[in-house]
Ligand binder design. Sequence first.
Ligand SMILES: *Cc1c(COP(=O)(O)O)cnc(C)c1O
Length: 421
Amino acid sequence: MSANPDWYDSGLNHIWLPYTQMKTMRPPLAAVRTHGSRIVLADGRELVDGVGSWWTACHGYNNPHIAEKLRQQLDRMPHIMLGGLVHEPALRLAERLCALLPSHLTRVFFSDSGSVAVEVAMKMALQYHLNAGRSGRTKFVAFKGGYHGDTLGTMAVCDPEEGMHALFSGILNQHFIVDLPRDERSVADFDAAIAHHADEIAAIIVEPLVQGAGGMLFHDEQCLMHVRDVARRHHVLLIADEIFTGFGRTGPMFACDVCDVVPDIITLGKGLSGGSLPLAATVASSEIFASFWSDDPGLALMHGPTFMGNALACAAANASLDLFEEEPRLVQGAEAGKTMAHILGHALTLPGVVDVRVRGCIGVVELDRIEDLNSLKQAFIEEGVFVRPFRNIVYLTPALNIAQDELEKLCTAILTVLQRR
Ligand SMILES: *Cc1c(COP(=O)(O)O)cnc(C)c1O
């Protein structure tokens, strides 16, 4: 590798990187440019990207339409606070999101990260009950394998066994973390837990169809519909966390679309701005909004991120929605899924591979275990691809419109690297 750029070594001593033991990490790659599904490194190498920057880059990088809309907005007004002021990008985006979502989801609260969008959803659910005079509904039901963010409130509804947050278990709020109701036993347990604790529960929170960061775990429509039915029966709200699954990742625009599961609150993030700027949204039903609508200022929702509804980010999200309208993005995502199923399917014969699964534009190869994650990551880089295995999972979440030859390169690299293990 040639010498690092001048900002690299000195700056690296001052940055704190995510999810990383910085003492033992391999030196991170210096990225200088992106285009399409490519990451260009400072030393001139170019990697095909299999991750889409934590699943955000649904149209690939540097999409010209998003870039153009960003440039126009940048000249007009990059940001203005949403307190006492509104602007076209945020209002247009709110209206467009509601038009895409089930008709009773009518109010959009913007924030700047998925974790905060989930925090806001939890706050809305808690206060919905309080505003209606029902105190005592202070707990959430969430599912093993689930991931909803890294802030203290959201950590408490993540799978407690998973590595990322286990350290903090003693200081987090206690909620009900149960198995997804997917077979006779877990259905019975789930039904019993909700029936028994209904008057303590504010909401059930679920990642519909695919639990992402918890292990790329899939469940079927029946399971999701059961969760919805039980929530409804016991007047418990349903929060669908579509931060990972939204914007075509599982096939349709939103995972809930496949089985007409209509949540009371939906959280969006990741792909929302087409991979360009931080933006998240919490969309609530008219019924929830109505419980805050009052002459009493004390019933208002007391939340307001400083950069909420950032005009640049909203302009990017509007441009991203243009692309979903004007280009066959969902069809492209489905085609990519077929390619992944076809090629990654061969991994089933490799030693240590316990499962290969594809849903929408998510391809997963599950191994019995990964001994040395760092070396595995390095092996992918040497194959010219950027793939980030975690725990015992190697996965692809490429741009929905990734070129066929690039996707083949990613899939083949996975086979090649796993073959050598
Ligand atoms: C990534 C993610 C979050 C958290 O989003 P951040 O923007 O990282 O805070 C929450 N829920 C799900 C399902 C996610 O995939």
